[in-house]
Structure formats: C-alpha cells, structure tokens
Design a protein around this ligand. Structure first.
Ligand code: URP
Ligand code: ZN
Ligand code: ZN
Length: 465
C-alpha cells in the first residue's frame, strides 16, 4: 500500500510497549505499525528518536474571562503554544454564566474556538446554575459530545455550587453518562481565612497559599467522593495539588470506587516557596489550588507511579504580569493577593517536563504516554480515535529528540504570557516533529502548521468503562 507518510525507524512508545519500528500514515490515520517496506509520498527519519501519540491536555482555559481579566491566550496563541509543546488535542472549559443556558454558553465557546485552533479541541461545561429545567439540557450536551461538567466547591459567589446542586448534577450523570469534574477546595472556609488575612494587612502573594490549606482541599475531596458514592457514579478531580487530597482518592480507589484525578506539572515541579520570590513576582504562581509546601510533590510523584493519579494536565490559564492596553493581568492584585487573577501558562511545557521525569527515572516511558495521552483519551471519550498509535487512530504523532536539552523561557515560548513559570529550567529532551491527523505542524522545531487546522472533538460518554 502506498503511504502518505512513513515515520521510519523510531522508538515507538505506547502506554504498554516500546519497540523500534515504522509508522505508516494514510488519510490522516495510522494505517500500519511495524516494519514497512511499501513506498510513501514522504518519509521522516526517526532513528534515535522517540515516537509517541500526540499529547492530550484535558484542562486548558483559552479566551477565558475570570477575576476582572481575560486570559491572554486565546485559541490561536494557546493552541499554537500547545502544538509547540507536543500537545495535539485539548479539552477546554466553556462557562455557563449564572442564568444562562448551557446551549448559549456552548455556542459562545464554539465561536471562540471555531477556525482559530491549531489543535483538535473539545469542551467541558462549567456549571454555575443548575435549575431542574437544565437537567434535560445537560443530557443533550452529552449527546452532542460535551460529555463532562466542571463544578466548583470553591469561589463562593462566582463559581461555587452548594452540595444540593453538586449532588443533583452527580445524580443526573447516572442517567446521561456524563462525567463530573470537580474543583475540590472548601470555598466557604477559604473565604473566611482570606477575609481574616486581609483584615490583618497580610496582602502579599504568599498569603494566597496560606489561606488555602491542604486540609480544605482534602475535606472537599472527601465530601465529593462521598456524594459520588451515594449517587453511584464516577467522579474526576481536576488539578489535584495536595498529598492529603490524593490520599482520599487513593482510599476511595482502594475500596473499588470509580474515582479519578489529575495533577499538573506546577504541583510536581514548583512549591509554596515560589510565592516568596522578591517583590510581586510570587503573583506569577497564584493559582488555585495553590502551590504546596516542599515535600508535597514527592507524594504526588509517588501517586503518579502507583496510579493514585491517572492524568497530568496543565490547567493552562495565562495572565500577564504587566497589563496590556487592552487587557489587565496579575497587577490587579498588587494591593491584595485575593484580587490576583488565578492561573498560569502551562500547555507548552507539560510534555517535556514529564519526559524529563522519564529521563530522571521517576516514571517509565510507557507511563509517560499513559498519563499524557492514553488515560486522558479514555477517561474523556476520545478513545479509540486518539491517545494511541494503533492502526485506525488519528495520526497525531510527536517525535521527541530524547537527549537534546531544551531550556524554557518566555523569550522562546509561544504563549502570549509575558512570563514563563519555568524560566531558565533545562530539561533533557526536545520536541522535534509534531503531526496532527497526519499534517506536519512542527518540523525540526519550526512551525509548519495552521491555526485553522483544529477541529471540534465530539466525545463519547464514559468510554473508560
Ligand atoms: O487558578 C486556576 N486554576 N485558574 C483557572 C480556574 C480553575 O479553577 O481551574
Ligand atoms: Zn478549578
Ligand atoms: Zn482550570
């Protein structure tokens, strides 16, 4: 069979196996894997390189209005940043405003992404309002491929849902097969701690962490697991940061409950100490949940190895340190940590930060593929189309130069953010080629893609089952 493209002689890594072989691609799909002798229109030499399925980041916020600002990355810059980092699919969050229908919110997010994305994209729906009449609408969204819903136990008055709403939403997923994604922090407790700190004049960025204790995350995680257990449905925890919260997930899984969690590179590589950088620099790291004290990340690394945590996503949510004429950023919180827009860029750094963990012997190369691509694909209804390189899958392929060092910097990244949380950090490995559905988006580290390439991903419910 003549192939459109053969990626030849690379070390092909899946979630279960590693072997040296060729990848044959026809019409944007993987058509053959192994030793290929047929001709191809184009051949890419991958000898000495590592060939993995395109990264899937199931937690990004592009073009997101939040805390008086809008993220500086829209779908165009955010998705370009993703591709440069070896991520070929994302699941972003559409936001239902209070009083708004899911339909209206989803149409809004389709407009934000349509024709502007380099990566294939799906949506979760952030639920802020769940009257009875919204239950049927939720079912419809699942049918349309928006099969997951984020609820917040934090941010009272903005996003937070009470337990009645959370429990009703969980119960509804039993009917419609959707997945609830939970932001687990006890927002009521946190708000009291924030008010006290402000009253006492404790306004610098480090107080963001000190007013959001690990126990507030662990308590909310425990409560949400209990509600999911009573409802008899799975639950997925987003951006899990605290070892104590992970213990709740681990205990639930040990009891056989379908409880899943992601963590993010910032919780593995950074710590609470970063809030104490000089001046206002700590604001770069203000996100929720916050970075945790030294030592916590070791617990998360162990959890990744033991499969207490199944996914590494980024929670890419970028704001600039310095305001742009059209867009305020982190400086909104100069006088109070509570007003710093929460979030940081990350989508471009995830794959290499996790590959570096392979190089350092923390995780195997197969586990790398599992947590960055295969598991998110299965949990979020993209399997069997994405997340692996078996025949029939979309030819989303990343060729990593495994030993070539790469240094993170704001000067060279492709996010519009004016800082890089990993500035100056050097990892072992760099992204050489990226293909999305067989189209070369990055060649030898250079852009060959288009921000019109990405397509909406209609996801299937509960494919992990
Ligand atoms: O600080 C964060 N994580 N910002 C984005 C919103 C969220 O909770 O994911
Ligand atoms: Zn969240
Ligand atoms: Zn988020």
């Amino acid at each position: 069979m003549p192939f459109d493209l053969i990626i030849k002689g690379g070390t092909v890594v899946s979630a279960s196996d590693t072997f040296i072989g060729d990848l044959g691609i026809v019409n944007g799909k993987v058509a053959a894997v192994g030793k290929i002798t047929d001709p191809a229109k184009k051949t890419v030499d991958a000898r000495g390189k590592v060939v993995v399925p395109g990264g899937i980041d199931v937690h990004t916020h592009f073009d997101m209005p939040f805390m008086g600002a809008t993220t500086i990355d829209d779908f165009s810059t955010g998705s370009t940043s993703a591709i440069f980092g070896g991520t070929t699919s994302i699941v972003d969050f559409a936001i239902q405003k209070k009083g708004e229908t899911f339909r209206h919110a989803l149409d809004d997010w389709h407009k934000r992404a349509d024709g502007k994305s380099a990566v294939d994209y799906g949506f979760h729906m952030i639920v802020t309002d769940f009257p009875e009449k919204a239950e049927k609408e939720m079912d419809k969204l699942v049918d349309e491929g928006v099969a997951s819903f984020k609820l917040f136990m934090a941010y009272p008055g903005i996003f937070m849902s009470d337990d009645t709403t959370i429990f009703r939403a969980l119960m509804r997923t039993k009917e419609n097969g959707g997945m609830i994604c939970m932001h687990a922090e006890n927002g009521s407790v946190i708000d009291v701690l924030i008010a006290k700190a402000i009253r006492e004049g404790k306004t610098s960025p480090e107080w963001h962490a000190l007013t959001r204790p690990m126990t507030a995350e662990a308590e909310a995680t425990h409560r949400a697991i209990a509600m999911a257990e009573i409802a008899g449905v799975p639950i997925y925890f987003v951006h899990l940061s605290a070892g104590d919260a992970m213990e709740e997930v681990r205990a639930a899984r040990y009891r056989g409950l379908p409880v899943f969690a992601e963590t993010c590179p910032q919780y593995l590589y950074l710590s609470e100490d970063d809030y104490r950088r000089p001046g206002f620099e700590g604001a770069k790291f203000v996100m929720s949940p916050p970075l945790r004290p030294q030592g916590n990340s070791e617990r998360l690394w162990n959890g990744l190895v033991r499969n207490d945590l199944q996914v590494v996503s980024t929670d890419h949510c970028s704001f600039c340190m310095k305001a742009k004429p059209s867009q305020p950023g982190k400086e909104l919180g100069k006088d109070s940590f509570a007003k710093i827009p929460n979030g940081a860029p990350g989508v471009e750094y995830r794959m290499l930060l996790m590959w570096d963990a392979v190089q350092k012997g923390r995780i195997s190369e197969n586990r790398f593929v599992e947590i960055t691509s295969t598991a998110p694909s299965k949990l979020f209804g993209l399997h069997p189309r994405k997340g692996h390189l078996n025949p029939g899958a979309d030819a989303d392929v990343v060729v990593i130069d495994p030993n070539k060092p790469f240094t993170f910097s704001q000067k060279s990244h492709h996010s519009a953010a004016d800082y890089n949380p990993y500035e100056g950090v050097t990892v072992k490995g760099s992204i050489k080629h990226v293909f999305s559905r067989g189209v070369q988006m990055i060649e030898d580290g250079k852009w060959t893609g288009s921000t019109k390439h990405g397509k909406f991903l209609k996801r299937t419910p509960r494919s992990f089952a």
